[in-house]
Design a protein around this ligand. Structure first.
Ligand SMILES: Cc1ncc(COP(=O)(O)O)c(C=O)c1O
Length: 282
């Protein structure tokens, strides 16, 4: 696997995408969800196609322990004329491995959340994509570091509740779960998608006032799975509604075949964009 050069566009301009995969029992967990998000994102950005079998093999070559993390970065390429994305052929893929952080305490005790001052900018063309232009997320994380909460709920600049600094948010109200639609901002997480499929849920648009009516919340991402929120902005939350979902997720990932995928994965979040003539996405 190649190393990125200094003229790599993901380094120069954030002109790339990435995904962070949990390895569980020596296998890439939720691979079809990661692959589908990569594909939808490459299509959206007009990047050249990557072969799934080859990419999965490259990622699997990074596995050296039953539980760890594999990260894939796909860059549009090297060099080019300034910002212009014209004329690039094969995308460049980079895989790396790291240890899986221990989320056990967090999963048992739950997260404390507060509200972020930072508002996420609106860009429907990038919404949902896990792209490498993440300065906004870096600023949000800096705000988390300064706060006394474990993480912060970020709204977009129109006031719609969006996500946390590196996780998606679900909330429970009057016997039903809800999660924000990510058509203006945010990253459409693979774990979020698993939960949407499991609950047969359609995302919606929610104001902060609606979120404040929640009686339970959970945060999710590919590495930590589903984590209950124990308090939000001083409001105590009930962790009980989260427990059956946590259990269902654990059962799912421990099944032999966890490669179930809904047909319209990401179709509800990623705005359809005409396929650029220069790309060849399978
Ligand atoms: C900003 C942001 N939102 C959501 C997520 C959750 O995505 P996933 O479930 O694919 O890990 C992440 C993951 O790192 C993230 O960085």
């Amino acid at each position: 696997m190649q190393q990125p050069g200094i003229s790599d566009r993901s380094f120069q301009y954030g002109d790339g995408i990435f995904t962070t995969i949990r390895v569980h029992r020596g296998q890439l967990l939720l691979w079809p969800y990661h692959w589908q998000r990569l594909c939808a994102s490459m299509l959206r950005l007009g990047m050249a196609a990557v072969d799934e079998v080859w990419l999965k093999q490259q990622a699997e070559q990074q596995i050296s322990a039953p539980e760890q993390v594999v990260k894939i970065i796909i860059s549009r390429g090297q060099g080019g004329r300034g910002y212009s994305p014209a004329g690039f052929g094969q995308a460049l893929c980079y895989c790396s491995a790291s240890a899986l952080p221990d989320y056990q305490a967090l999963q048992q005790q739950g997260l404390s959340l507060d509200l972020a001052r930072l508002q996420l900018g609106i860009q429907p063309l990038l919404a949902g994509i896990k792209h490498t232009s993440r300065l906004e997320t870096v600023l949000l994380k800096a705000e988390v570091d300064r706060s006394t909460a474990d993480d912060l709920v970020a709204c977009d600049s129109t006031g719609l509740v969006t996500e946390l600094s590196a996780a998606n948010l679900f909330f429970y109200q009057q016997g039903r779960w809800h999660t924000p639609r990510l058509h203006q901002a945010g990253v459409a997480g693979v774990t979020r998608q698993w939960l949407l499929d499991y609950l047969q849920l359609t995302p919606g648009c929610y104001s902060l006032a609606q979120l404040q009516q929640a009686t339970a919340m959970l945060a999710c991402n590919a590495l930590m799975g589903l984590v209950p929120v124990r308090q939000f902005a001083g409001l105590q939350l009930d962790v009980a509604p989260v427990l059956p979902l946590q259990q269902a997720y654990v059962n799912f990932i421990n099944q032999q075949n966890n490669n179930v995928l809904s047909a319209d994965y990401f179709g509800r979040d990623l705005v359809p964009v005409a396929r650029p003539a220069s790309t060849d996405v399978k």
